[in-house]
Ligand binder design. Structure first.
Ligand SMILES: Cc1ncc(COP(=O)(O)O)c(C=O)c1O
Length: 379
């Protein structure tokens, strides 16, 4: 009989040989941008804390107060233990922010996507999904048992072709995309996809994990506006905003809501405090994109469309070497490798935040332009 640990060791050795093994490195995020790793202090370009609110005193204080009032954990599923008042308050605020009738919180963004899609699509339905959609959108798609067709990244004409050829065979159809792509940082053509959904008697779902609080494009014509509390909102948890009946159905049927413990009160409180700041301080929310643009302009890369900028290197080993080079220069910029990104597109994924200092962005840009981009050309 094969021992499970022998199987695991063989698998790990195979991944190691292909430069695809991943390990966790203890890292102390000391404030919104600086981290301690080993005995080094590094400026992080690998956190999705786009507005640096995870360390904001108002956000932390709100989380502490919620623990004092409601305890550290939710106790059970919200349908069983009862709904923490902070969850209802946050849902109302998110719905208002996204100009929707109602919202539903989940334990994480991943759980949200794994739960929402199977509620609205099942056997006999069609999902038309952008090829670069996040892993959890695929997880939800597969769990739904609906037929899944993939359209080329951001190619509305291709999505239209697929729907024209297949729509009539299925009861309902749902188009699924990210509004800002997590690994490429580009924006989906949301308005065009909304028009397509309307033309093709279909619904549209967007995942705004990387747009909320930075560059939000999930506007009119989006039936399911999903997002996460874990990036600009500096907390943990997921949400979806939609018409009230849709949310009521999700609250009745989404397995990752019904069979999973509710969000810790501190997470809801922190997200509420962050949302207050986002809505009151537009000058803050423009800064991540402004910093990303300063970087792409200095490097000669395509202009940033969001806080996320990919530096495409292709080969996994080259991406790991680039990560190490930047670490020697005092920057944390993690190499992203398959299967997170398609084979042959390993990269550094840089996340720009409100507080990144201008001079450090310029120094990073010079290193990327002069020493890292040439590695991609040689590879
Ligand atoms: C596009 C996208 N959707 C969903 C998620 C999952 O969100 P969470 O981290 O809250 O589980 C992520 C997280 O990385 C993401 O990038």
């Amino acid at each position: 009989m094969t021992k499970l640990s022998d199987f695991a060791n063989a698998k790990l050795a195979e991944l190691e040989a292909r430069h695809l093994r991943r390990t966790l490195a203890d890292t102390h995020r000391t404030d919104g941008i600086w981290v301690n790793r080993g005995n080094r202090k590094l400026l992080s370009f690998s956190c999705n804390d786009y507005l640096n609110l995870t360390h904001d005193a108002r956000v932390k204080q709100a989380a502490i107060a919620a623990i004092e009032t409601y305890g550290a954990g939710a106790g059970a599923s919200r349908l069983v233990t009862g709904n923490c008042p902070l969850s209802g308050e946050l849902e109302a605020r998110l719905a208002a922010h996204k100009h929707a009738e109602a919202a539903c919180l989940f334990g994480s963004g991943y759980l949200a996507n794994a739960g929402i899609i199977p509620v609205v699509a099942g056997e006999g339905d069609l999902l038309v999904v952008d090829e670069l959609a996040h892993s959890c959108l695929w997880a939800g798609s597969r769990l739904s048992r609906a037929e899944v067709l993939t359209f080329r990244h951001n190619d509305v004409d291709h999505a239209r072709e697929l729907l024209d050829a297949s729509r009539a065979k299925y009861r309902h159809a749902l188009i699924v995309t990210e509004s800002i792509f997590s690994m490429d940082g580009d924006a989906a053509p949301v308005a065009d996809l909304a028009q397509l959904a309307c033309d093709a008697d279909s619904w549209l779902m967007t995942d705004d994990a990387h747009g909320l609080g930075v560059c939000e494009t999930d506007g009119d014509g989006v039936d399911l506006k999903m997002g996460t509390l874990s990036k600009a909102l500096a907390s943990y948890g997921g949400y979806v905003c939609a018409d009230r009946a849709v949310i009521d159905l999700i609250k009745t049927r989404a397995r990752t809501l019904v069979y999973s413990t509710g969000l810790p009160p501190a997470s809801a409180a922190a997200a509420l405090a962050a949302l207050d700041i986002i809505e009151a301080d537009p000058d803050l929310t423009v800064r991540p994109l402004r910093n990303a643009l300063a970087f792409t302009d200095a490097c000669g890369l395509p202009r940033a469309q969001s806080a996320v900028v990919p530096v495409l290197l292709g080969d996994e080993l080259v991406a790991l070497e680039a990560q190490q080079m930047l670490e020697r220069e005092g920057f944390l910029a993690i190499a992203i490798r398959p299967p997170t990104v398609p084979k042959g597109t390993a990269r550094l994924r840089l996340a720009f935040t409100a507080q990144h200092p201008e001079d450090e962005i310029a120094r990073l840009a010079a290193i990327v332009r002069d020493r890292i981009l040439p590695l991609a050309i040689q590879a």
